[in-house]
Design a protein around this ligand. Structure first.
Ligand SMILES: [Ca+2]
Ligand SMILES: [Ca+2]
Length: 385
């Protein structure tokens, strides 16, 4: 590889391990222990929040500068002039077009977070009253076919394409696809920093989207997600909106369908991991890796795969300290600035024993230009244009 990257793991600063292809085989000792999970170990199992990009000074990245919520225009700016295209007045879009494939989520008061956090370090608590206005939410995660249309219309280049790589879970790759990989993450060796991996080549070399047009787009950064939603005349949901939508109108539930892992009748509610991570993925829920975005039953708001399948970006900057107020906070938007964004819902790599984050209250984070094979998004939209 011709560049390095850094990994922040909790308070530790860890370096990359360089390994030859023959040294990359994983052992069960690489598995996260239950203790790791209880400690909320970042990057454990499904989390890709240990993954952070960096570029040599000779190749400054156009998105490297800090951005604030008020500065969204700068986030999608680049030398290609794409931002000009994306700044076309959204009002010109037909509202019917904008809300096609979206569900109207009724506003209301709900309890955000939990007083029984599984990962206290993630800032899952405290449980606090929040009110959100009504809004529209994509029924599904954004599928590859839709993202392809965006790229075709705008010529947009994702962060992973600009960097020339992204992080892929090793089990998704053939031996031939693993061959060009020179770096894995020391603290989470199942993440391979894979040359040429991007939304259209999810496993790098010799991978494509054949048979995955209806699967969620992955390897998209927060910047990419914002650009796509803007092109659609939409926006990313706030964390509060996402969690309200996940809960489907129910209070104090772990999952969008209830408190038990399986739905009534023993049906799987989310595409997660069954078996021993990271070597034995039985795919008992019907899917070893990503699943079509419209598979599995919806929640009471008609939304599919809010938990599991792929993590979903939100608009909010990451913060683990939340005020417990007596009066509900209306439409919270998170901190005004930061270095990472909140992602919600967990992914196909999650299992209770090591990454129990496929709960509505669970949360994790990534840098604005980070991407991985288990990270996607869906858009929201305001009710009033
Ligand atoms: Ca699965
Ligand atoms: Ca999801």
């Amino acid at each position: 590889m011709n560049f390095t990257f850094r990994i922040l793991l909790l308070l530790s600063f860890l370096c990359l391990s360089r390994s030859s292809a023959s040294e990359k085989s994983l052992s069960l000792e690489d598995s996260c222990s239950a203790k790791d999970a209880e400690d909320g170990k970042a990057g454990c199992g499904c989390g890709s929040n240990a993954l952070k990009r960096d570029l040599p000074a000779s190749n400054p990245h156009p998105h490297a500068k800090q951005a604030s919520l008020e500065d969204d225009e700068s986030i999608v700016s680049d030398e290609s002039g794409l931002n000009d295209k994306l700044s076309q007045p959204e009002a010109a879009k037909d509202k019917e077009d904008v809300i096609r494939g979206m569900k109207l989520i009724p506003g209301g008061k709900f309890t955000m977070g939990t007083d029984d956090p599984h990962f206290p370090a993630d800032g899952e608590g405290p449980a606090r009253p929040v009110i959100v206005d009504q809004f529209y939410m994509d029924e599904t995660e954004v599928p590859n076919a839709d993202f392809a249309q965006f790229v075709e219309d705008t010529g947009y280049k994702t962060d992973s394409e600009k960097y020339g790589n992204s992080f892929v879970f090793f089990g998704q790759m053939t031996e031939a696809q693993q061959e060009p990989v020179k770096e894995s993450v020391a603290a989470a060796p199942w993440w391979y920093n894979t040359p040429t991996a991007s939304w259209k080549s999810p496993e790098g070399t010799e991978s494509d989207l054949r048979d995955r047009q209806d699967h969620p787009v992955v390897h998209v950064s927060w910047n990419d997600a914002v650009a796509y939603c803007k092109w659609k005349g939409k926006r990313l949901p706030t964390e509060a909106e996402w969690e309200f939508a996940c809960r489907g109108g129910a209070e104090n539930q772990l999952f969008p369908w209830g408190n038990k892992l399986l739905r009534k009748g023993g049906q799987h509610g989310a595409n997660i991991w069954q078996g021993d991570f990271p070597l034995n993925n039985t795919g008992e829920d019907g899917f070893k890796w990503t699943a079509p975005v419209d598979s599995l039953p919806p929640n009471k708001f008609g939304l599919k795969q809010m938990t599991g399948n792929v993590w979903e970006w939100t608009a909010d900057y990451w913060n683990v300290h939340h005020q417990k107020t007596k009066e509900p906070v209306k439409n919270p938007k998170g901190p005004k600035s930061g270095e990472e964004k909140v992602k919600k819902g967990g992914s196909f790599l999650c299992h209770k024993s090591y990454c129990y984050r496929y709960r509505c209250a669970a949360r994790s984070q990534n840098g604005l230009d980070s991407a991985a094979s288990n990270l996607g998004f869906r858009c929201a939209a305001d009710v009033e244009a």
